[in-house]
Design a protein. Structure first.
Length: 260
């Protein structure tokens, strides 16, 4: 079992909670709107091969909420500073949903320290005529069910009553997600203009039954990022790294092997 350290790293007047474990080349995992409070089976397996670094975004979970945080672009610049502060080079950046959006915003700005990019059902762009789900209209139970193809996973999660501290963290995360993504909903209208600047190998992974950001968005991302490759995971919702962890890890392993 990989040892996992919890550290707090202070940068730009913001103390962020970071989970870190494993050895090898560095991987920065950027979480989605639900946060990253725990070390998941997907992370355990990644840490068998990599030095895995999982920060909670500023404004989320155990991290501070800085005054300077107004939009996803601010998080992109923060993570460029964090990569530099930690002395990381040749980093594999993996991001899911909101984290995939942040990863994309990072890569259009500067890829000097980034080796490759894995985007798992990222938000960040808008495709005309393709209706997305709306997390601000769904209640907690609807959101949980709509994130998964396999409803037994959703029901298992819903069967566990959250503690007061967990409820507080969910409220904090939801508030920050609303601040960052409310208008326009889950995208930056300028991002698509600059995605041609992404000049590192990029793997896009999407579930075929994604009810939040439909799989049609995978085609749009692939067209916008030069040379990117795409893998659609069957019988899977918005969280392939949770619902189909082994298959997602296999895609990443194959991609990283070819990206050497």
């Amino acid at each position: 079992m990989t040892d996992v350290a919890e550290i707090f790293h202070e940068l730009n007047g913001c103390k962020v909670r970071v989970l870190r474990g494993g050895k090898g080349a560095p991987v920065l995992f950027l979480h989605g709107a639900r946060g990253a409070t725990s070390w998941t089976p997907f992370m355990h397996k990644l840490a068998e091969r990599y030095d895995l670094i999982v920060p909670e975004h500023p404004g989320y979970g155990g991290s501070d909420t800085p005054e300077w945080l107004d939009n996803v672009g601010d998080l992109a610049y923060f993570y460029l500073d964090l990569i530099k502060s930690l002395g990381l080079t040749d980093v594999l950046v993996i991001g899911n949903s909101l984290g995939g959006w942040i990863a994309t915003e990072i890569a259009v700005r500067n890829t000097a320290a980034i080796k490759s990019l894995v985007l798992i059902a990222p938000a960040g762009i808008y495709v005309q005529g393709v209706q997305r789900g709306d997390i601000f209209l769904w209640n907690h139970a609807q959101t949980t069910r709509n994130l998964f193809h396999d409803q037994s996973i959703a029901e298992r999660l819903l069967a566990t009553e959250p503690t007061e501290s967990e409820i507080d963290l969910m409220l904090k995360n939801n508030l920050m997600t609303a601040k960052l993504t409310w208008a326009p909903r889950l995208y930056n209208p300028d991002l698509c203009k600059w995605m041609h600047r992404i000049d590192v190998p990029t793997q896009i992974i999407w579930g075929d039954d994604d009810k939040l950001i439909p799989v049609a968005y995978a085609d749009a991302f692939q067209k916008l990022i030069p040379g990117s490759r795409m893998q659609v995971v069957k019988n899977c919702g918005h969280l392939p790294h949770i619902e189909k962890a082994d298959e997602t890890l296999a895609v990443i392993a194959e991609f990283e092997g070819e990206a050497q």
